[in-house]
Design a protein around this ligand. Structure first.
Ligand SMILES: Nc1ncnc2c1ncn2[C@@H]1O[C@H](COP(=O)(O)OP(=O)(O)OP(=O)(O)O)[C@@H](O)[C@H]1O
Ligand SMILES: [Mg+2]
Length: 252
């Protein structure tokens, strides 16, 4: 297990936002986190890596308590792309991606040619190499999102935590970024709103009112009954004859 949570909870002024979550993330999997607006996905992603201090319980990275790990060691293992990530306006695209190398640099380990290669590869992976000299504030929403993902990739983490990484992307980049994440030799936990994208994950977790109400393989977990309870929609499971995969359509 790369990540384990035990009775993880978070309360703000008496409101329980994340409640009693005990679960495991398996090394190498792409784990989709789904749930309605306000169900606690972003809070959960921040809690597990110690950005927020849990009110109850704890999370463990390869068995070690995250609360007692130095930030730099956490950053060598976990990269995070937030739901709304910003960066300093005066930075270029390449500067932003270079920030991903920070956890690995020190007086004894200065910037090297390896760093240049890793940053170049990360830019190429998200198809942003041609824009590497552009200033951050001139980018479109989807371009910013791809640059933030490149920064996270340049960090060379074992665990990638992504909060809605495709919400600004066009359909081509949605699929290419999801394919990229799935194909990387690392573990990814990805908050998603598109349940058809969740179907492509190895496993999914469904959040509802702060609780993790179901975890498992997508086709067994995202059942019409559960989705009706959690999202208040009716689901038709269709079969795509071209891809051979199930597809969901929704009505109220
Ligand atoms: N510091 C805070 N003070 C008060 N309420 C908070 C705080 N942080 C989060 N919340 C509330 O907790 C709930 C969960 O928020 P969170 O951002 O984790 O949801 P989410 O599942 O990521 O939603 P979305 O799909 O809209 O991104 C929301 O109702 C939010 O308003
Ligand atoms: Mg969120």
């Amino acid at each position: 297990m790369i990540l384990t949570t035990r009775n993880l909870g978070y309360t703000v002024r008496g409101n329980s936002i994340v409640r009693d979550i005990s679960m495991e993330i398996i090394e190498g999997e792409t784990f989709g986190l789904v749930g309605p607006n306000g169900s606690g996905k972003s809070t959960f992603l921040r809690l597990v890596q110690g950005i927020l201090a849990p009110s109850t319980g704890a999370s463990f990275l390869q068995g070690e308590s995250v609360a007692s790990m130095p930030r730099r060691r956490i950053a060598q293992m976990i990269a995070f792309v937030e739901q709304h990530s910003e960066s300093a306006d005066r930075l270029t695209v390449r500067d932003v991606v270079e920030l991903g190398r920070n956890p690995w640099l020190s007086a004894l380990q200065p910037w090297s040619r390896d760093e240049d290669r890793i940053v170049g590869q990360a830019l190429a992976d998200v198809e942003m190499r041609a824009m590497e000299t552009r200033l951050w504030h001139t980018l479109s929403g989807g371009e910013k999102q791809r640059v933030q993902l490149a920064r996270a990739l340049a960090q060379q983490p074992r665990l990638l935590l992504l909060d809605e990484p495709t919400n600004h992307l066009d359909v081509h980049h949605q699929l290419s970024i999801l394919g990229l994440i799935k194909g990387l030799p690392l573990t990814a936990v990805v908050a998603l709103h598109d349940l058809n994208h969740a179907l492509m994950c190895d496993r999914v977790g469904v959040m509802h009112r702060g609780q993790m109400v179901a975890v498992g393989p997508p086709e067994e977990t995202l059942t019409p009954d559960l989705l009706h309870t959690v999202f208040g929609v009716r689901v038709n499971m269709l079969h795509d004859h071209v891809s051979g995969r199930p597809v969901m359509s929704f009505t109220l």
